[in-house]
Design a binder for this molecule. Structure first.
Ligand SMILES: [Zn+2]
Length: 420
């Protein structure tokens, strides 16, 4: 099988607009995003890395009106990729939209108290069980299918806010409590959605319900892409670091049949984490489909331009573990300025042939709850959406939380619990 090398390359006017939506007064090297899809850049990328695949921005979750210029932009760039024989994956935003562009519409995930759940500053989570919310994404998938992409890629399969706290005998309510979820849950299990918190029995039903909801949504997306003879991919995050049924709302086994390739995004960059992506080895070995891995060092907003060593370690590791590297190409912040990957200083990767050490992530047993933990969990259940909104939207609070590394700690901690 031909070795595939990907670049995860968000660009164009939509990416600049999204950065302005997502962050407080960001300093942006606009030219680097507007020229990211130029022929010279990809000729050089092909020469340096042997790129075969590129993930390109189609829709970031703004209104159709605001995204019109993005569609025109990408349409004008696709012939370049065809000429260079690079397969293009049309990037479509998953279960979230830019809040202001859809204000007043009943499409959002809500918590047990009815608060809309934020995804980032300026964006809120939408519910796959809500037909109108699902239609927004599926309409975009359909439109992208009519362009010269070889696959459509849906990002951010996150069904409501994930839980911050999990225990054996009590989990605070998390995910979505919208009327569509409540109706659908009742129809499936014949008792109401447990919005005052889960017991050991009801959490099992809820996990099943969430993964079934995501499966139903992706089945529709798959039917669409099949109709247009396009492939389908989604961002799986890392199902071996965070139990996906619990944190994202999907079951790998249930959605795998709809996916033509598997893309894992994590923070296991081999230049930062000693064991890198070695925990994926067994998964990669039993896969017939291509496994792409996008590894961040510190995460979006904390990532400086990759050094030659960063690039070398990705390519070395991918050759040892036999995955297809997908190189983060965008949203670097060097000296406080957002920019796309600068190729000028980079050379062809030098492979380190030393064998890599292998890690096996053992999934943890779910802990027991103490009285105090239950009280804290109840606070989380009732106030997480409101507090997160406040943290994202207030410039100074957001700054402090970032400085304290809160978001990174959430992303890095291993939460692959044993759910049996
Ligand atoms: Zn819902």
């Amino acid at each position: 099988m031909k070795k595939r090398i990907g670049m995860y390359a968000w660009g164009g006017p939509g990416t600049i607009r999204l950065l302005r939506t997502k962050y407080h007064q960001p300093k942006i090297d606009e030219k680097s995003f507007l020229s990211l899809y130029e022929e010279d850049y990809w000729r050089k990328a092909k020469d340096l890395f042997g790129v075969t695949d590129a993930w390109l921005t189609y829709s970031w979750g703004f209104s159709d009106e605001r995204e019109r210029e993005d569609y025109t932009f990408i349409q004008s760039k696709l012939p370049t990729f065809k000429k260079l024989k690079i397969a293009c994956h049309g990037y479509v935003q998953g279960f979230n939209v830019v809040t202001a562009d859809f204000s007043g519409q009943d499409i959002f995930c809500v918590d047990a108290k009815g608060h809309v759940q934020p995804y980032s500053k300026g964006r809120s989570l939408t519910c796959p069980n809500n037909p109108q919310a699902a239609k927004i994404i599926l309409d975009r998938v359909k439109r992208a299918c009519q362009e010269d992409f070889s696959s459509i890629f849906i990002d951010n399969i996150i069904f409501g806010l994930p839980p911050m706290y999990v225990s054996q005998d009590f989990v605070p309510f998390y995910g979505c409590a919208c009327s569509y979820c409540q109706d659908s849950f009742y129809k499936t299990f014949h008792y109401p959605l447990p919005i005052s918190g889960f017991s050991a029995k009801t959490i099992k039903d809820f996990l099943f319900f969430r993964s079934m909801s995501t499966q139903n949504f992706l089945r529709k997306a798959h039917q669409l892409t099949q109709k247009f003879h396009k492939q389908l991919g989604v961002n799986l995050y890392d199902p071996f670091i965070h139990a996906p049924e619990l944190f994202f709302g999907y079951s790998l086994q249930k959605i795998e049949p709809f996916l033509d390739y598997l893309l894992i995004e994590n923070h296991a960059h081999p230049a930062r984490v000693p064991l890198g992506n070695s925990h994926l080895l067994q998964f990669i070995q039993r896969q017939e489909k291509t496994v792409f891995v996008v590894s961040y060092k510190n995460g979006i907003g904390f990532e400086e331009q990759f050094t030659q060593h960063d690039i070398d370690s990705i390519f070395s590791e991918s050759s040892h573990l036999s995955y297809a590297p997908c190189l983060k190409t965008t949203e670097f912040t060097t000296r406080g300025e957002w920019h796309a990957l600068r190729l000028a200083d980079l050379k062809k990767p030098k492979l380190d042939l030393k064998p890599v050490r292998h890690a096996l992530i053992k999934n943890k047993a779910v802990p027991q709850t103490s009285f105090l933990q239950k009280k804290i969990a109840m606070l989380e259940q009732n106030h997480a959406a409101v507090v997160l909104n406040l943290l994202y939207e207030n410039r100074w609070l957001d700054f402090c939380v970032r400085k304290l590394g809160f978001y990174q700690k959430q992303l890095w901690s291993i939460k692959d619990y044993n759910l049996d």
